[in-house]
Write a protein of this length. Structure first.
Lengths: 395, 395
């Protein structure tokens, strides 16, 4: 998207083979079998250093009628273009989204703005599974107020229609939903098969296991991006959270090391932000749900405070949920939702998590104050202070 | 403003004596002389613990005609109300601002929006002295584009007029400026006289010297807010930077310790943000100017990058200037200007400065990414990465 093959050749003298697929890694020969997808021809390329950057693909649940016209996944880029073209030429009236994750939320907004009546079907009992209920309840209200219909704990069994086109979806229980376009956004799976088949170690997540230098367990083979795991600085172990920012950083580190450098990517803290209609939503670290699964002894707190000085036009409430380790007070995670001022405030927490700050340390941070941008006590400081009091048994 | 005397009495059983002035602290007797400003009557009040929270006053340079109608300072609150009333009943056409600091910038916007032709006179060769030229040149462009006239390296000698009102200002060189309202915003001075006269130690800044518990050098006497110094975590010594956020935090810490608690205020990093017309401006840590004065061996860098994904509507450039210690790479300061997304990004740097992060550490931060709010590589990461390269001699 950003660069093309010509750019790489001309500016950096890198050969890019489009329409070529790597089919097998031959460890002993330090080579890769490459198939020209246009001609079907296969050829062996040898390497000194190899980077696997094979990305991820959309997970598509086993639903009948996936091949109907009007049914899309949202990966890779071509899917996005195809969806746009389909909307342009078919003017669908009823949009159906399978999965209420970040993509589902963003698509709900896009489809509504394209004039569709939108239904979101989520198989779990709550939307945006990477967040806790105190945050998702506000997102649900926003979806409601914009006319988006939300069906939780439901799954689509079949995409149906009169001809080859999608006209309706049938839920597991038999319920029918009008739909002339549907997007399945049920998460990503790493394209790690080529690595696994070569005997390169995968993590428990199914993605390629790498160290901080982005090296796999096989010498001279690196992996980076959506096909690889990341080290989670709060959890203290590898996770699979495929996001563009992480992929970018991993790619740089792998590239620099392959070129003889000596750099490392320390890891992530699980930061993610998205926009859904008039809401900004963000999270970093771990949620209460995750803390429970991990068996971590935590204290959590929810506060609401204004985005600007109370008298300043445009002020709106920001809700923050924080988690800290009960014994040490170390911050474990932050979630936030509001109409403004969320995305960068989450970055303050992400920075704090990276350096293992406590709620006590955070409440004294020297954050900026000006009436158009924050109240004298920023919501960040209020949240940290309240959590600190709770940790001390005074909250 | 936020609470009144009645609130304190009813909700917290605290007696508040309005129209009373503390005139002397009697250390030996652990008492304070209080004068009722309405009756002139004096009375002695004894204390177990004493908090000095006497604030600051506007510094007013020696200009002739300061007593003319239409000449204001911007401290205390009453001045703001008086200015508003004066504008309402006199509809001034030409507004004059003495001093191009934060207040001068904010007033330039307010006066322009109130329909005035605005002139700002600054005695130093650059505006907003707490920032470097790479930032202030963008602010100057903005002021220009909004029709604000800027006179640098100039000082007002006299406020003049036909009757008791202000009609014009005369500069040191004799130049005349039409002005029917003027605001003098030439900085603040701590109200520390009562402390000094009692023998309480002041810092080199002239403000009351306090430790992290907000204790003065005299047992049982505390100071907090705009009358007191703060410890600067980057400079490693006390400074006088009177800002509302710091005052709030110091007050809480002093109060908690006076009530028998054991808390401390670690210090500040010099964060400040303000809005001027369509610009957000922020700074934290120290500037290049300050680093030179301090004799610190630094490396600095200036970058410009988009506030959102390049294709997202509303994207605008953010300029960031960073400073790091040349030997250790430890971040020393950040300055930023742009049309959006500045105020909270500065908070990320403020957090990083607090924990003494290096440029190298910062470039790997797991900051949020979503097209409406940031590019995949946030301007923060680009700035840190470029500075890191420069530190390594690769920039």
């Amino acid at each position: 998207m950003v660069y093309d093959a010509k750019f790489f050749k001309e500016k950096r003298n890198i050969d890019v083979f489009l329409y070529h697929e790597a089919t097998r890694i031959l460890l002993q020969r330090k080579a890769v079998m490459i198939r020209n997808t246009a001609t079907g021809e296969g050829k062996e390329y040898s390497y000194d250093k190899l980077l696997i950057a094979s990305g991820a693909r959309a997970f598509v649940p086993p639903i009948k009628g996936l091949d109907r016209k009007g049914v899309f996944t949202l990966r890779p880029l071509e899917d996005g273009i195809a969806i746009k073209e389909y909307i342009g030429s078919n003017s669908p009236k009823n949009g159906l989204l399978i999965g209420a994750g970040y993509i589902g939320m963003e698509m709900a907004e896009s489809f509504t703005e394209a004039g569709m009546k939108v239904t979101v079907v989520e198989k779990m009992p709550s939307i945006v599974g990477t967040m806790d209920d105190e945050i998702t309840e506000i997102i649900e209200k926003e979806l409601n107020s914009k006319g988006v219909k939300l069906l939780k704990s439901k799954a689509v069994a079949e995409f149906a229609g009169e001809d080859s086109r999608l006209n309706r979806a049938i839920l597991d229980g038999g319920e029918m939903i009008d739909a002339d376009i549907a997007v399945v956004g049920a998460g990503l799976r790493p394209n790690s098969e080529i690595a696994r088949e070569a005997g390169i170690e995968l993590g428990k997540t199914g993605a390629i296991k790498v160290n901080q230098r982005m090296e796999t367990n096989i010498p001279d083979i690196y992996a980076a991006g959506d096909c690889a795991e990341s080290y989670h600085l709060v959890l203290g172990r590898n996770v699979y959270i495929p996001l563009a920012t992480t992929a970018n950083k991993q790619g740089r580190v792998a590239g620099e090391n392959i070129a003889g450098g000596e750099v490392s990517f320390p890891g992530i803290v699980g930061t993610a932000i998205f926009k859904v209609f008039d809401l900004e939503v963000g999270r970093t670290g771990i949620t209460e749900k995750e803390a429970k699964v991990e068996g971590i002894d935590y204290v959590s707190n929810v506060i609401e405070h204004g985005s600007r000085a109370p008298y300043y036009p445009g002020v709106s409430p920001i809700r923050i949920k924080l988690l800290a380790d009960k014994k040490t007070g170390r911050l474990l995670g932050a979630q936030m939702v509001g109409r403004e001022g969320v995305s960068k405030r989450i970055d303050v927490f992400a920075t704090a998590l990276t350096v293992k700050m406590t709620a006590h340390d955070m409440r004294n941070l020297d954050l900026g104050y000006a009436p158009p941008f924050s109240p004298p006590y920023d919501p960040i400081l209020i949240a940290a202070d309240e959590l600190h009091k709770k940790l001390q048994g005074k909250g």
